[in-house]
Design a protein around this ligand. Structure first.
Ligand code: SF4
Ligand code: MG
Length: 324
């Protein structure tokens, strides 16, 4: 079976006047048809840059190396025009802040209808009917009226629904969702997650879900990638990740997760911060914050090791040089 998305050894670098800053270093991940893969980590770990690399939305001064295959087709060798035809059509994206993808100057009807006309060749009336149907599917009441509204006239939760309707308009095969519920309150968040699941299950959409929220991961994902400082540090099935987290960073993230049954705020937040690009540690990038750091950790960055069929981890605790 051809993977829906296969990223191999991706390196994303920002080219500056005198230097090249590599933000994503050797990321490989696969999303199978119908699968939801979560990408977690604190902000600044490269989650969003990874997703924007797939969409090639990072602008001109960016170098993408490695391979990004969508249904077997190499995206990195496409022209801008070919990429544009895929974006919003076969691969769609939703963001944390709907206002970044909704145009404040266009009515809801126009924003959803326009890609339907462009990608699917619908006429004005067909596009309008399909738009109303899509808005109803995402639970927007009075869809016939809402199409004439502008984004600022809607609540945050409604705007997020509109964005999902827009993303799903052309029934994409792959949906990339970057913190889709982070800006919403808990009740709306739960509704939006339910909606994404419904859409996924009805259309068999694959989802790459970027989030810092492990609760969202538990709710939505089949598999999880944990990123730290531009690299993957752990990959596991969702149950494995929660039951037997291997990487000290993953354990730290789980430890700082507020318990679902209490109203506690963060428990043991991981001390320290994600290192800056210019100050990347020579060895394991997590070593300055790791409670289990050993001598070797400060000198040599471990490889991402295969621990079992379904789990990988980048840490000397599991490496061959462990006993030295
Ligand atoms: Fe901690 Fe060492 Fe593992 Fe890095 S390699 S996570 S410092 S134990
Ligand atoms: Mg982000």
């Amino acid at each position: 079976m051809t993977a829906m998305l296969q990223i191999s050894d991706l390196r994303t670098s920002f080219l500056q006047a005198k230097e090249k800053l590599t933000v994503i270093e050797g990321v490989s991940l696969t999303v199978e048809p119908g699968e939801t893969v979560g990408v977690v980590g604190e902000s600044g770990c490269g989650k969003s840059v990874t997703s924007l690399s797939v969409m090639q939305l990072l602008g001109r001064n960016v170098q993408l190396e490695g391979s990004i295959r969508f249904q077997g087709k190499e995206l990195l060798s496409l022209t801008d025009k070919q990429m544009e035809a895929i974006r919003g059509n076969q691969i769609a994206m939703i963001f944390q802040e709907p206002m970044t993808s909704l145009n404040p100057l266009h009515t809801i009807g126009k924003q959803i209808g326009e890609p339907l006309r462009r990608h699917l060749g619908l006429n004005r009336q067909q596009a309008k009917e399909r738009t109303i149907q899509l808005l109803k599917e995402v639970g927007i009441p009075r869809a016939e009226e809402i199409i004439n509204d502008y984004p600022h006239q809607l609540s945050g939760g409604m705007r997020q629904r509109v964005m999902i309707a827009m993303a799903m308009a052309c029934t994409p095969k792959l949906l990339i969702a970057d913190e889709p519920t982070t800006a919403l309150d808990v009740t709306i968040q739960a509704q939006i997650l339910e909606l994404m699941k419904k859409v996924r299950d009805e259309h068999g959409t694959s989802i790459l879900l970027i989030t810092h929220d492990l609760g969202v991961v538990a709710e939505m994902c089949h598999r999880v990638i944990v990123m730290y400082a531009g690299q993957i540090v752990e990959e596991a099935d969702v149950k494995q990740l929660f039951d037997e987290p291997k990487h000290p960073y993953t354990r730290g993230l789980l430890g700082s997760m507020p318990s679902l049954n209490t109203n506690q705020e963060r428990l043991d937040a991981i001390p320290g911060a994600v290192p800056l690009l210019q100050e990347m540690p020579a060895g394991c990038r997590f070593a300055p914050r790791c409670p289990e750091a050993m001598e070797i950790c400060r000198n040599k960055n471990p490889e991402l090791l295969t621990i079992s069929d379904t789990q990988k981890c980048r840490c000397w605790l599991y490496g061959e040089e462990e006993a030295q």
